[in-house]
Design a protein around this ligand. Structure first.
Ligand code: SAM
Length: 240
């Protein structure tokens, strides 16, 4: 079954941008515990893709409602108020066997239970040594870098905004080292005064940069995602 409500956020992002994660692709998933995005990423790179997860009937909420998250424009209280973490989902069938070249590397500070089809690393992505071993484990460039990294909130909004922004910058600097040209990058951030600066930075490296707040994300939360498509490559120092 799906491990966290967070799965639905990534499913929604994929639904809005079907080209985000391709079958047979390589994905680096940062801030992955307990593994909701990792499970979706494994499905997305597998032969079957996420179609099984997207279909109504696979996800059954407490009132038997299977459709709500898929209805465009309708506010969905379903995942925010009605379902507690951990009790959310039943009987989602995963394509566990990634035998088409697809690959998922998942990293977190916290330990994670194994997910078939994913390689799990425990470590702090702000540390150079973790970055090195993760990049090595990827075994070459990847198609997608996902970051849902967030710390426990301090309660001081300005401090939280800055800390999440720092994690975005960490994720972006890793992406700059490991992303294929035309690869994609997704990053959680919190709306704040610095939005523009981050977006400017990303727009210099990706052809398309969008903000998205999935409906599965708590409405009252300020969290949102930056969806960056078609990496243009890090700036070259000089051609000659
Ligand atoms: N995407 C996950 C899922 O679908 O289950 C939920 C991720 S949760 C919102 C944020 C995660 O970021 C936490 O598990 C936290 O441990 C991790 N994190 C925060 N700072 C990190 C860092 N410096 N390096 C690695 N992981 C980090």
């Amino acid at each position: 079954s799906l491990r966290s409500r967070a799965s639905f956020k990534l499913l929604e992002l994929i639904k809005a941008q079907p080209q985000l994660i391709r079958k047979g692709g390589k994905v680096l998933d940062l801030g992955a515990a307990p593994g909701g995005w990792t499970q979706v990423a494994v499905a997305a790179v597998s032969r079957d893709g996420v179609e099984n997860l997207m279909k109504g009937g696979r996800f059954v909420g407490p009132n038997g409602d299977t459709e709500s998250m898929h209805v465009e424009g309708e506010p969905v209280g379903l995942f925010d108020e009605d379902i507690d973490e951990g009790e959310s989902v039943e009987e989602v069938k995963f394509a566990n066997h990634v035998d088409n070249g697809g690959r998922v590397v998942a990293v977190d500070l916290l330990p994670m239970d194994p997910i078939p089809g994913a390689q799990i690393v425990m470590g702090d992505m702000t540390e150079a040594s973790t970055q090195e071993s993760v990049i090595q484990l990827c075994g070459g460039k990847v198609d997608v870098v996902l970051s849902d990294m967030a710390h426990s909130f301090t309660g001081t909004r300005s401090a939280d905004v800055i800390r999440v922004m720092d994690l975005c910058k960490t994720a972006f600097s890793v992406a700059e080292r490991v992303l294929k040209v035309n690869g994609n990058f997704v990053c959680k951030f919190i709306r704040g005064e610095d939005d523009g600066e981050l977006k400017d930075m990303l727009q210099q490296r990706f052809r398309i940069v969008n903000f998205d707040k999935p409906m599965a994300s708590r409405r009252e939360s300020a969290e949102a995602y930056l969806i960056c498509l078609e990496y243009t490559g890090a700036q070259k120092a000089s051609e000659d």
